[in-house]
Design a protein around this ligand. Structure first.
Ligand code: FAD
Ligand code: FES
Length: 265
């Protein structure tokens, strides 16, 4: 884990409320895994008081080592608005990589990735990671959902990686007009995957978890909660675990990626 001042390499608008920001980082990020995140804070500013968590969207490699990370973010409030107003050459404080990422296995040959809205941010890193480290033969299907076409991100990136994608929107402005879990269930009924990975709104994750359970397919989800410290100290990110005692787990230190069998969703 590295606490550092990161220089902004770029901060480009990629959609209505969406931005991609490139940041310099310690070369130890070479070992970061998809699903891990950073806490970002603005130096010398009291507001917003707390750092904000963001998933690693991609690693910027130079000479085989990490020279930077890219984040994909949506402007939703004070912190993300302030971030969007920062430009190349400015500096932010970052702490990371944090948390536990998605677990992969050589046995996973047929993989389903489900991403809802800004939940696509860690899934692009996951898809490229799986493609590099994945087994041969390797088949990855991506289910990409958004409220409207403006909320569908990275579709071309997945296509360029040779992955099959199913696109859905709530308003029908792109792809099929339905929830992303509909084509997921249809595809599962045709041929079961070895694993489902998902990130997106809680209702989507609940539905994906239910589908995975029904078909007895392993499933890992990346959870989002409000976070204050990002490293297990404030206990502000607790979620209920699925044990007889109903113990609580912390999204920042036990997750953000969980096997759905461990969570009470
Ligand atoms: C592990 C993790 C990874 C994340 N990765 C990304 C990412 O890659 N890209 C991205 O755009 N966002 C990501 N988020 C969400 C991001 O941290 C919040 O959108 C951000 O903190 C909002 O800050 P703000 O000051 O702009 O908004 P605030 O003013 O703090 O809040 C604005 C609104 O967003 C809601 N909100 C704030 N934080 C969260 C949250 N964590 N989950 C759900 N709703 C929230 C608030 O309740 C409020 O309604 C991630 C969150 C977690 C926990
Ligand atoms: S954010 Fe502080 S314990 Fe998780």
């Amino acid at each position: 884990m590295y606490q550092e001042k990161a220089k902004i390499l770029w901060n480009n608008r990629v959609g209505n409320q969406y931005y991609k920001i490139g940041l310099t980082c310690h070369n130890g990020y070479s070992d970061a895994t998809p699903g891990q995140f950073i806490m970002l804070h603005f130096p010398g500013r009291m507001s917003p008081f707390l750092p904000r968590p963001f998933s690693i969207h991609s690693i910027i490699n130079t000479g085989g080592r990490a020279a930077g990370i890219e984040l994909l973010y949506k402007v939703v409030g004070e912190g993300t608005k302030m971030l969007s107003e920062h430009g190349k050459g400015e500096v932010v404080n970052i702490l990371g990589p944090l948390g536990n990422g998605f677990m992969s296995s050589n046995h996973y040959k047929r993989i389903f990735i489900v991403a809802g809205g800004i939940g696509v941010a860690p899934m692009f890193f996951l898809a490229s990671y799986l493609q590099t480290k994945g087994t041969d033969p390797f088949e990855c299907m991506v289910f990409l959902g958004g409220r409207s076409k403006d909320d569908l991100l990275c579709a071309d990136d997945f296509l360029h990686m040779g992955m099959k994608i199913h696109v859905t929107t709530d308003d029908g402005s792109a792809g099929d007009q339905c929830f992303v879990t509909h084509p997921l269930e249809t595809a599962l009924e045709m041929n079961l995957p070895d694993i489902i990975y998902a990130c997106g709104p809680l209702d989507m994750l609940k539905c994906v978890a239910g589908i995975a359970e029904k078909h007895t397919v392993p499933c890992q989800v990346s959870m989002e909660t409000v976070m204050a410290c990002g490293m297990g100290a404030c206990l502000g990110c607790a979620v209920e675990g699925k044990t007889a005692s109903g113990n609580y787990m912390h999204v920042c230190s036990d997750g953000p990626v969980f096997d759905v069998r461990c969570l009470k969703l």
